[in-house]
Write a protein that binds this ligand. Structure first.
Ligand code: PEP
Ligand code: MG
Length: 317
């Protein structure tokens, strides 16, 4: 018994029958790296770069300063994969030099995320240049993704910016807007991978502001409608032979991590503290069980029903 417990506290993420699901960490900067490494993260699935910028006043940090910070994170995962999200400014993450949210009636529906970067191409170019400097000579697989991609034109603009910067990193799109999940296949004409941000995807799917407590029940990532959207993105990526990760809160729930695996999600990224629990639960179930749990959850009514249905399947009841 002791040996089994030890086996499941480290090592790569996988189902009991060996289907690999890399377990990655969400980080906001170098301060989060030690916990990610201690938890045995196989890399970083979401580096929220805007946290570095929040204290920076009315200008982005210099390219060299950005590169120094990015390199600290990248160098901690030799042989691993690090997915950096370019700035996601606006709404819940205001940045004075990017977001125009203060003057918009609905900042979550305004010029935020990639939209703000495309309106300030110099800021995006600076960030991509800093990433190119940061990764030089490091044995890490760097990927770069854009937040709040709504359609193929967004994905194309981001991939073109990456190419123009000469960055040797695969471009990806976050799936946070329902339209992006519905048309995932067309986004994949432009980018190499998808990563579902379930926090924003829930917000936009249910028209429920993630910052308003009175509508927080729709932030529950077990909502079958949310699972349907994740399934669309994962299936499109699978058909194209590309990856589709999840990096929102959903990935941190061990039972839901099994359901996401059953939906065809190819990696899970979460706060470091959640990794051991997800690893252990995934290791107790086969891929076929995960698929059955996913079907049962999608067939249920409401978040509670979905949770109970998946629990029933995975506990063999
Ligand atoms: C998300 O929206 O699920 C996500 C991962 O991004 P953030 O929480 O930083 O908006
Ligand atoms: Mg988001």
């Amino acid at each position: 018994r002791r040996r089994a417990a030890v086996l499941h506290t480290r090592g790569p993420g996988a189902t009991s029958d060996g289907h690999r699901v890399p377990l990655l960490a969400n980080v906001g900067g170098p301060a989060d790296v030690p916990a990610a490494v201690a938890a045995g993260a196989e890399g970083v699935g979401l580096f929220r770069t805007e946290l570095l910028f929040l204290s920076g006043g009315d200008r982005p940090p210099e390219v060299a300063e950005q590169a120094r910070v990015y390199r600290e994170v990248l160098s901690a995962f030799p042989g691993g994969r690090v997915v950096v999200r370019v700035l996601d400014a606006g709404a819940d993450k205001p940045l004075a030099f990017l977001a125009s949210g203060a003057t918009e009636p609905n900042p979550a529906l305004g010029v935020r995320g990639l939209r703000a970067l495309l309106a300030h191409p110099g800021v995006l170019a600076g960030q991509l240049a800093a990433l190119g400097e940061a990764v030089a000579g490091l044995p890490v697989h760097l990927e770069v993704m854009a937040p709040m991609v709504a359609d193929r034109a967004d994905a194309k603009a981001f991939a073109e910016a990456c190419r123009a910067a000469g960055l040797a990193a695969s471009p990806g799109a976050m799936v946070e807007v329902p339209a992006a999940a519905l048309r995932a296949r067309s986004l994949l004409r432009e980018v190499e991978f998808l990563s579902v941000g379930t926090n924003d995807l829930a917000q936009y799917a249910f028209a429920a502001d993630r910052q308003v407590g009175a509508v927080s029940r729709w932030q529950d990532p077990w909502q079958p409608a949310l699972l349907d959207l994740v399934a669309l993105a994962a299936r499109a990526a699978g058909d194209e032979g590309k990856g589709c990760g999840v990096c929102g809160e959903a990935a941190a729930d061990p039972l839901l991590a099994c359901v996401l695996t059953g939906l065809g999600v190819t990696s899970l990224s979460m706060g470091a503290g959640a990794i051991p629990g997800v690893r252990a639960t995934l290791a107790r179930h086969t891929l076929a069980q995960c698929r059955r749990a996913a079907e049962a959850a999608r067939a249920a009514e409401g978040a509670e029903g979905a949770r109970a249905a998946a629990h029933g399947v995975l506990s063999g009841k």
